[in-house]
Design a protein around this ligand. Structure first.
Ligand code: GDP
Ligand code: CA
Length: 333
């Protein structure tokens, strides 16, 4: 492919996906400018909504908001989620009333986003429409689509000392338990009735390139691929599918993806995650896989499995380093 694809589709979770998109847009603005400070390449992001949760009466979409705030320059750079200059008075007041959950980080500025989303959903707008309306303010420079407009939330199977084997919401496991409760698996409640949101299948089929950024392979990309129809679209699109490893040197770069992989009996290595996705030439999801230079010993295994692989620096330390990573992704594709 030449270095100016006109359409790119990215399947994204939260922090890893958003950081990669920052670098991708920086690279595209530089190499394929539109003359107005943006890029002529149309970037469509299919966002994970498996992490979504109702909390204190509002609908929260953590991964969509992380992408929107990061690309709109409103993200807390220190935390990587939620708003810069955030306060937590509403959360503290709710806790003072003794109302659960007290473990969910609901910021005051962030709450405005959730209130608008909740009101709009209640008056009949779809999540696609609401997300577009919120993006009018943030101007993320991409078309941000939820994977589905139906509710399909990831739950984690764990052992409770009193109740035995139960399923708890992903956010309760991830935030409250810091993913330390051994997980026996994940189930997406409602996934059978979920449909890809409008534009999602088209974005996978009618594109020059599909990218899996370094997002969580189980609960971010894995969740998107579970929406009926999306896996098939990724398997059959004529566009190449290239992915970047979120695992470097046998560990997630940040977060607890190792706990998610362990639940599926997948080793926490770049190669094991690639083999989990599988080569498209043998019914899997990816054509090519980028690993970090420190994992280059696994290049041979990957090529044998039919996945084209290359080792480059994969640490998204700043936007420049990430833009270079994005440039090398497009070159390799
Ligand atoms: P979440 O929804 O906020 O958990 O975000 P994602 O699913 O998009 O991404 C989480 C993944 O990003 C984690 O598994 C991290 O290992 C990975 N990640 C974070 N920073 C980096 C980085 O600098 N380089 C690479 N290769 N992966 C990263
Ligand atoms: Ca997430």
């Amino acid at each position: 492919m030449n270095s100016f694809p006109s359409r790119i589709t990215v399947l994204a979770g939260g922090i890893g996906g958003a950081r990669f998109l920052m670098g991708l847009l920086a690279h595209l603005r530089h190499t394929n400018p539109d003359g107005q400070g943006g890029t002529a390449t149309v970037v469509t992001v299919i966002g994970n909504t498996g992490d979504d949760i109702w909390v204190h009466g509002v609908r929260v979409c953590p991964d969509l908001d992380t992408v929107m705030y990061t690309l709109g320059d409103g993200i807390s750079k220190e935390r990587g989620w939620g708003r810069e200059g955030e306060t937590f008075s509403a959360k503290d007041e709710l806790a003072a009333y003794g109302v659960e959950p007290t473990w969910f980080g609901l910021g005051d500025k962030d709450l405005a986003t959730h209130l608008i989303r909740t009101q709009s959903l209640a008056s009949g707008f779809t999540l696609t429409e609401v997300t577009a309306a919120l993006c009018d303010r943030w101007q993320p420079g991409v078309t941000l689509l939820p994977m589905s407009n139906e509710r399909a939330e990831t739950h984690v199977i764990v052992d409770d000392p009193d109740q035995g084997r139960i399923a708890i919401h992903f956010q309760e496991w991830w935030i409250r338990h810091r993913a330390a409760l051994p997980a026996h698996g994940f189930v997406m409640v409602g996934i059978e009735d979920a449909k890809p949101a409008p534009g999602v299948l088209e974005a996978i089929h009618d594109t020059d390139l599909v990218i899996f950024p370094p997002s969580n392979p189980v609960v971010s990309i894995g969740a998107i691929l579970q929406v009926p129809g999306i896996a098939e679209a990724v398997r059959t699109t004529k566009a190449p599918v290239i992915a970047l490893s979120p695992i470097v040197g046998g560990a997630p770069v940040r977060g607890m993806a190792d706990a998610c992989l362990a639940a599926l009996n997948i080793e926490t290595t770049a190669a094991a995650v690639a083999l989990h996705y599988g080569a498209r030439s043998s019914g899997g999801f990816i054509d090519a896989w980028l690993i970090d230079t420190q994992d280059s010993e696994s290049l041979g295994i990957l090529e044998e499995s039919g996945i084209r692989a290359k080792a480059i620096p994969l640490m998204m330390t700043d936007v420049d380093a990430t833009a270079l990573m994005a440039a090398q992704t497009l070159d390799f594709a």
